[in-house]
Design a protein around this ligand. Structure first.
Ligand SMILES: Nc1ncnc2c1ncn2[C@@H]1O[C@H](COP(=O)(O)OP(=O)(O)OP(=O)(O)O)[C@@H](O)[C@H]1O
Ligand SMILES: Cc1ncc(COP(=O)(O)O)c(N)n1
Length: 266
């Protein structure tokens, strides 16, 4: 009897010991979306819903070895990046993404945790912008990340559109600017600009909750999972927005502070 097969996907990210964000959020999301998740771990954080206590980056040779192990045996259909820590790590990841064909690349340019801890060194911003961004099928910055990458202030929907155009000019094929950081009185509005010039807005009611740890990881992991199944990008983004909205709306209570999402939500 033939055994069931699932598309294989890859999360390149840091570990969140608290289980809410980072690689753990990616794994939970990918499992829920019925793809087979693999990982390249680049950093370890001691973290909970209250914040990040400590972080340690893995040596480049260990990162290379994880990529080589996957390339030798698996058939990765789509890949995403999350926390990349520093410039050397970004460069190591870029080299490996150029070496192996792992399918469409979603770049979540993670910079600062919800609690305020830096997850990307300042010196690495230019490396992300100049070396990683041009490889991206899709880049998914939140507003502060889009501001850092473009050098533009983003407070309005018109500025979200301008930032997306700027990110495309920097080399990202498609752009999703996430509006989770817009004011508490505003809806959760995201803007999508596709490679073919088409664009659209995704709007959902803002849920009044502190439990939004890992929303960015979850939406980008869900997009990656859908792309691995062969779903077109615009549909993958819509599906992922609906999924992340459900994980926030049907929230659970774990820990204190910025608690994690309900990845079981459908
Ligand atoms: N309170 C909320 N209610 C509903 N949707 C939200 C809320 N907060 C964020 N979102 C949505 O969640 C998704 C992630 O956006 P956000 O801007 O929070 O990303 P992020 O800051 O990268 O997330 P994180 O850093 O927590 O991983 C977007 O679709 C956004 O609109
Ligand atoms: C290892 C790791 N990766 C990513 C995030 C971003 O998630 P958030 O902004 O919700 O804290 C995080 N906190 N930790």
């Amino acid at each position: 009897m033939t055994k069931p097969q699932f598309p294989q996907v890859l999360s390149i990210a840091g570990s969140d010991s608290g289980g809410g964000a980072g690689m753990q959020a990616d794994l939970k999301t990918m499992q829920m979306r019925h793809v087979f998740a693999t990982t390249v771990l680049v950093a370890i954080t001691a973290q909970n819903a209250r914040g990040v206590q400590r972080a340690q980056v893995l040596p480049p040779a260990m990162i290379d070895a994880q990529f080589a192990a996957l390339a030798e045996d698996l058939q990765i259909k789509a890949v995403k990046t999350g926390m990349l820590a520093d410039s050397q790590t970004v460069q190591t990841v870029v080299q490996n993404l150029q070496r192996y064909d792992f399918g469409p690349l979603t770049v979540d340019p993670v910079m600062i945790a919800k609690g305020g801890a830096p997850l990307l060194a300042d010196e690495a911003v230019a490396t992300v912008r100049d070396q990683l961004l041009p490889l991206a099928t899709l880049i998914t910055p939140n507003l502060p990340e889009a501001e850092v990458l473009t050098g533009q202030k983003i407070r309005t929907e018109a500025q979200m559109r301008q930032a997306a155009e700027h990110l495309q000019a920097l080399g990202a094929a498609n752009v999703l600017v996430k509006g989770g950081h817009l004011g508490a009185d505003q809806a959760a509005v995201d803007y999508v600009l596709l490679a073919n010039g088409r664009d659209f807005w995704l709007t959902s009611p803002r849920v009044a909750t502190a439990n939004t740890h890992g929303t960015g990881d979850t939406i980008s992991a869900c997009i990656t999972a859908e792309l691995a199944k062969g779903v077109d990008l615009a549909t993958a983004i819509r599906v992922a927005k609906a999924y992340v909205t459900a994980t926030i709306r049907e929230g659970i209570q774990v820990g204190h502070g910025h608690g994690p999402l309900n990845h079981w939500a459908v």
